[in-house]
Design a binder for this molecule. Structure first.
Ligand SMILES: [Zn+2]
Length: 290
C-alpha cells in the first residue's frame, strides 16, 4: 500500500495557553501571577508530550501569558509549533484585544527562527467574534466555534460543523477561514477537552477516527491547567478534575499514538489554511465541503 492510501486524515491539536482563571470565575481572589504559574506548569507537560510523540500543534496564547512568560512562548515556536492569539486578559476580554494580542505576541517572538507571524485567533471562552476586525488586523483564520450545545455557554447546533469561509475575500489574504472544533456523529457530540476527561478512552478515540474518516481532519483543544494537579483547587468541579493531571497526560499521549497508528497525520492550523487557499501540498477539493 502506498503511503497516501494509508492517510486517514489530519489531526490539528490545539492548546489555549491562558492564565488559569477558574477560581476568579467562581469569585475567588486569585492573582494573575498564580494563574500564570499554574498554566506554565501545564504548558511544560504539553510540550514534553508533543516532543516525545514528535507531533506539531497550535498554541493560542494570551497577551498576559506572553508578557509574563516570554521564554516559554519562544520555546513553543523553537520546537516547531504554531502560535496564535487568545486575547489579552482571559478574564476580561476587550474589543481592542484582537489588535493588542497580536502586537504583544509578535513583539515577544520577533526574530525567533521559524516564526512567521500570528495568523490565527481564538476568542476566550469561544464567545462571539468580530470577523471584520480579524481581517483588519491581518489574521487569516479563526478557531472560536464549537458547533455543539454546551449548556450555560452556547448553542451552536445550527452553525456549520466543517471548515468554512466566515468572510470571503473581504480583505487581504482572502478573508477569514473558520476552523471549528470537531464534533462527532449526527448528534454533534463535542470532542473538545472535557470529552477526553469524561468519555471512556476507547470511545473517544473511536469517535475521533470516525470524524477523520468522514471529514479528513480532526480538531480539538485543551488548556495547560488541565494537565496539572487540580486537587489543589477545590473550586474546580469534580467532572473537570476527573482524569486531569497525569491521567490526562497519559490520555493525550495514547490518543496521539493511536491516531498515528490508524494513519493520521498531525499538523498546524496554518497548514490546513494553506490547503484551503491552495498553497498546501494536498489541495483539497473545496466544493466537496460546501
Ligand atoms: Zn481560553
Amino acid at each position: 500500500m502506498r503511503k497516501e492510501d494509508k492517510v486517514l486524515g489530519k489531526v490539528l491539536l490545539s492548546f489555549d495557553i491562558e492564565e488559569f482563571d477558574f477560581p476568579r470565575e467562581k469569585g475567588e481572589d486569585f492573582s494573575l501571577e498564580e494563574g500564570v504559574k499554574v498554566s506554565g506548569e501545564g504548558l511544560l507537560k504539553i510540550l514534553d508530550i508533543l516532543k516525545k510523540t514528535g507531533v506539531k500543534g497550535t498554541f493560542f496564547v494570551t497577551g498576559n501569558f506572553a508578557k509574563e512568560r516570554p521564554e516559554l512562548v519562544k520555546r513553543i515556536v523553537r520546537e516547531g509549533h504554531e502560535v496564535g492569539a487568545h486575547g489579552v486578559d482571559h478574564f476580561e476580554p476587550k474589543e481592542t484585544d484582537v489588535k493588542e494580542a497580536k502586537e504583544i505576541l509578535e513583539k515577544v517572538l520577533k526574530g525567533e527562527k521559524g516564526f512567521k507571524g500570528v495568523k490565527g485567533w481564538r476568542q476566550p471562552r469561544m464567545m462571539k467574534i468580530n470577523y471584520k476586525e480579524l481581517v483588519r488586523q491581518g489574521y487569516f483564520y479563526d478557531s472560536s466555534v464549537n458547533p455543539a450545545f454546551i449548556p450555560g455557554r452556547y448553542n451552536n447546533f445550527k452553525v456549520k460543523r466543517e471548515v468554512y469561509w466566515a468572510l470571503e475575500k473581504e480583505g487581504k489574504q482572502g478573508g477569514i477561514l473558520e476552523i471549528p472544533a470537531s464534533v462527532a456523529t449526527g448528534a454533534r457530540i463535542p470532542m473538545f477537552w472535557l470529552a477526553l476527561h469524561l468519555f471512556p478512552f476507547k470511545m473517544y478515540s473511536a469517535l475521533a477516527k470516525n470524524v477523520l474518516k468522514k471529514e479528513k481532519y480532526f480538531t480539538t483543544y485543551f488548556h495547560p491547567w488541565e494537565f496539572t494537579d487540580l486537587s489543589r483547587f477545590p473550586v474546580v468541579p469534580g467532572y473537570i478534575r476527573h482524569n486531569s493531571g497525569e491521567k490526562l497526560e497519559k490520555r493525550l499521549f495514547e490518543l496521539i499514538r493511536e491516531l498515528e497508528t490508524a494513519g493520521a497525520e498531525f499538523g498546524t492550523y496554518t497548514e490546513l489554511w494553506e490547503e484551503f487557499v491552495g498553497f498546501g501540498k494536498n489541495l483539497r477539493n473545496k466544493s466537496s465541503l460546501d
